[in-house]
Design a protein around this ligand. Sequence first.
Ligand code: BES
Ligand code: MN
Ligand code: ZN
Length: 495
Amino acid sequence: MATQVDVVAPGAIEADVLAVPVAQPTAKLDAAAAAVDARIGGRIAALASAGDVTGRAGAVVLLHDPPDLGVPRVALAGLGARERLDADSFRTAAAAVARAAGAFGGTVAWLLDDSIAVPLDVQAGAIVEGTLLGAYDPGRWKTGDDRRREISRLSIATDADVAAATRRAEIVARWTNRARDLSNEPPNMLYPETLAERATDVAATSDALTIEVLGPAELEELGAGAILAVGSGSNHPPRLIVLRYDPPGAPEEPVLGLVGKAITFDTGGLSIKTAGGMVDMKGDMSGGGVVICGIGALADLALPVRAIAVVASAENAIDAESYRPSDILTAMNGKTIEITNTDAEGRLVLADALWHTRQLGATHMVDFATLTGAMELALGDLYAGVFVNDDAWWKTIEESSETSGDKAWRFPLHPRYRRYIDSTYADMMNSSSLRQGSPALAAEFLHEFVGEGPWAHFDMAGTGFLERSRGDYLTTPGGTGYGVRLIAEVASRMG
Ligand code: BES
Ligand code: MN
Ligand code: ZN
């Protein structure tokens, strides 16, 4: 059962938990907390001066049976330092309340606070996102009763008009959690064919979505030699999944092209990974999951901009039929690639997918890929590294990143990185022999296949799949849905 989300007047709150924001320092309470405090005899101020209520980001103190409030519990939800409050402060606080409330199930209402320097519609959206993302339970395959309890209703309590922001955040958060479900699904269940089935389910959610799934025969026909080679060692042959969103009445252009890497499991192939390096490689399809759910979100939001999502899905497995180091492949655009490392498979499947997306008419492209271990080393789990060939397109992406919460940091795209992958025999190699600049040369590799027009490459190796809590509103290991919220923002700015 999904959490029901609504907006109610502060006088009409009915909930098991009433959440109230508290910023640091607590010597002076913000307006909402002060108003509640006045009604319950100063207990909040007393707890603040005793040091029980700190306002620390993510800290929650529950008051039981507060007098005269008409709710059984108040959750004092820490936002962090008052001078640095932003949407993330509310997302984190809401996630913490959701986990506290999840312990006994039931319903939550949140008071907004117009004395805090974050616009009320931003507060509302962030609370919805934080609650839905924070309550996410990755334990879908547990058979016992230790699953997380769902919050049945979330009410935003305010007189301000935040209905549109609330509704939008609800839609986007649901699609983000759906992308997390895809990332978390194990590789014995999720492989190219079943990922295509999941995408077909997404296409069925809107009349404006259509789907086409290309298998080995069609890929052969198209000359997609790169994705075919990567998938050749698996019993589960590759799929190129193409979803189109054509909202009625939308202009012919721009067309947003969304490209995703969906390696359903990455063993490294014959250039095999270590046992430790293979851990969590079910998450190597996260970029693909994010563009499937991203285009689902665009349709659900009824955004007036056309989009095409192309998901390159293969399993990088080990077998007598596996592609080898030294093989020379021809990609869909006719360029030849000498394989020097079968573990650099993501750029290969993306080569065909990027080119195909441009052929299908995308004017503005974005790709999402868990591409290089070095990007995870560089930026960890918070920021994705982004390579962009167009400054105006970067500006759109940077602004979308800031409002969506999917953080992005620009990295350099420079043609002189191309020399790292110059090949003696073919147009390029798929990896360098030097342990240098791995994310940047991978981006230069992809650049060979994007055709003309704006393009941005998101290396989300660190942000797509967590080993542990990120310490904010993403508190469970596993898929994050990184990119879904950003895609919705980018498309909103285009249409
Ligand atoms: N899927 C991996 C990258 C990755 C590593 C993602 C860790 C998330 C966490 C990718 O296919 C890969 O193996 N990249 C290699 C490329 C190298 C062989 C040139 C890498 O980065 O080590
Ligand atoms: Mn790999
Ligand atoms: Zn990979």
